[in-house]
Design a protein around this ligand. Structure first.
Ligand SMILES: [Zn+2]
Length: 400
C-alpha cells in the first residue's frame, strides 16, 4: 500500500474530526498511456483539527509516487506566467533591491527562476520531478533534483535572502520538518514567501474539486499564524489573489513585528467566514453542486457529442464526484503536450491536442480548466467554435 492515514493534526498534533467525504479516486496526476490500464484508487476526505481548526486530508500517499512523473508545467499557461513575472517584481521590492539569493522550493519548469534572474537575482531551484528539474537546468537555471529538505550527504544552501514556495505548502506531509528547514537556510531578516490555496475561497465558492490527494492542507491564516510562530517565522503580510481559483500570498519574516492591516482584517474575518456553520454549508453545497453539474452535462449529451477542454488535476475529483466517464465525455482537448496521447485517471477519457477541436467540433464543450474559462472561451470563439460551453465551477453555467 502506497498510503498512510494520519490520526492527528499535521500542524499541532490535535485530534481530527471528519468534515467532508468524496468518492475514492485514483491519483489525479497519473495519466495512463493505454485505455483500460488498471489504476489503484485511494480514499478521499477532509478532516478538521479540534484544536487549531486546520482543515486537512489525513490520507497521505507517498510523495515519490505523487510527484516523480509530474505532468504540470507552470510555463504552459500564459495567465500563470504573467502572475510569476509580477511576483518577481514584488519580491524585488520587498527585499529592497537586486543581487539577492533566493531559493525556490518546487521550482517546476523554472518559470519563476527565469523571472527572478531577469530581475537581477541569483535564484536556485529545488524540484523533485526529474523531467522538470533537468529541463530547467538545461535552460541555464540552477536546479537541484530532490525533495525539500532532503540534503543527505550534501551541504544545504544557507544565508538566503528569501525562500519562495508556490502551491507547495499544501502538499507537505511533514510540515514541521519542512518549515524548520526553511528557517535554517534563511539569513536574519530573511523572508519566507509562499502562496497556497485559501480555505476561505474553497468554502465560499464551493470549489470542492481542488480536493485531491496532492493537496494535503487547506490553509487558513488563523491556523498558520501560530504554527509559523512556533518555528520562529512571523506572518507579517498577506495578499489575496485569484490565481488558481483563490490563493493567499503570505510573507513571513524571521523577525517579529507589526502585522499589516490586511492580515489583521483577514484573521478577524475568518472567525465568521470559517465557523462551524460555514463549513457545514460547504458540505451541503458540495452535494448540490455535484448533482447540478451531472445534470447539465447529461442534458447536453442528449443533444449531441460533449467534449472537454483542459485536463487539470482537479478534473479527477470532479469526474468521480459527478459520474463523468467516456459515456458522457467523448474526448478532452489539452494544451500541455505531456498529457496529450494519454487518458484521464481512472475514467480513461482520451486526451488529444487542441488543434483537433476545430476538425470535428462537438455540440458542447465543458471547460474543465474553469479558472481559465474566459480566456479559453474567447480563443475557441475566435477559432470558429460556435457550440455551447459548460463552465462547471464555481456555479455551473451553460453558455450558448
Ligand atoms: Zn491542529
Amino acid at each position: 500500500m502506497d498510503y498512510t492515514v494520519r490520526r492527528t493534526c499535521r500542524l499541532c498534533g490535535g485530534e481530527l474530526e471528519l468534515l467532508l467525504l468524496l468518492p475514492d479516486t485514483p491519483l489525479a496526476n497519473e495519466y495512463p498511456r493505454r485505455r483500460g490500464d488498471w489504476q489503484e484508487k485511494f480514499p478521499l476526505y477532509l478532516s478538521q483539527c479540534c484544536d487549531c481548526r486546520h482543515v486537512q486530508m489525513p490520507v497521505q500517499v507517498s510523495p515519490e509516487r505523487l510527484f516523480s512523473d509530474y505532468q504540470y508545467q507552470s510555463g504552459t499557461s500564459p495567465v500563470f506566467r504573467a502572475h510569476l513575472e509580477e511576483l518577481a517584481v514584488r519580491v524585488t521590492r520587498l527585499l529592497g533591491g537586486t543581487d539577492k539569493r533566493i531559493l525556490e522550493i518546487g521550482s517546476n519548469d523554472g518559470t519563476l527562476l527565469r523571472a527572478l534572474a531577469d530581475c537581477g537575482h541569483y535564484p536556485l531551484g529545488i524540484e523533485p520531478a526529474r523531467n522538470l528539474a533537468n529541463a530547467a537546468s538545461r535552460a541555464g537555471l540552477p536546479t537541484l533534483c530532490r525533495f525539500w529538505p532532503d540534503f543527505t550527504g550534501e551541504k544545504p544552501p544557507g544565508e538566503q535572502d528569501a525562500v519562495i514556495a508556490l502551491n507547495v505548502y499544501a502538499h507537505v506531509a511533514d510540515m514541521d520538518g519542512f518549515t524548520a528547514a526553511v528557517k535554517r537556510v534563511l539569513k536574519r531578516g530573511g523572508w519566507f514567501i509562499f502562496e497556497v490555496g485559501y480555505l476561505r475561497d474553497v468554502v465560499e465558492r464551493g470549489h470542492f474539486d481542488v480536493i485531491y490527494h496532492e493537496h494535503l492542507d487547506y490553509h487558513q491564516l488563523r491556523s498558520l499564524d501560530p504554527f509559523l510562530r512556533r518555528h520562529g517565522l512571523y506572518l507579517r503580510d498577506v495578499e489575496r489573489n485569484e490565481s488558481q481559483g483563490g490563493t493567499i500570498r503570505c510573507f513571513a519574516s524571521t523577525e517579529d513585528g507589526e502585522q499589516s492591516e490586511s492580515l489583521k482584517r483577514l484573521l478577524a474575518e475568518e472567525k465568521v467566514a470559517l465557523n462551524q456553520e460555514a463549513l457545514f454549508n460547504f458540505w451541503v453545497d458540495t452535494r448540490t453542486a455535484r448533482d447540478e453539474i451531472a445534470q447539465a452535462i447529461y442534458t447536453a449529451s442528449q443533444r449531441g457529442p460533449v467534449d472537454g477542454y483542459g485536463c487539470p488535476a482537479k478534473l479527477t475529483t470532479l469526474a468521480y464526484a459527478c459520474g463523468l466517464g467516456q459515456h458522457r465525455i467523448r474526448r478532452i482537448y489539452e494544451d500541455n503536450s505531456l498529457k496529450v496521447g494519454r487518458y484521464t485517471p481512472g475514467t480513461h477519457i482520451p486526451i488529444v491536442g487542441t488543434e483537433k477541436l476545430y476538425r470535428a467540433p462537438p455540440e458542447t464543450l465543458v471547460i474543465f480548466a474553469w479558472n481559465f474559462a474566459e480566456d479559453i472561451m474567447r480563443r475557441c470563439r475566435e477559432n470558429g467554435f460556435d457550440g455551447t460551453f459548460i463552465v462547471p465551477m464555481p456555479k455551473v453555467q451553460v453558455i450558448s
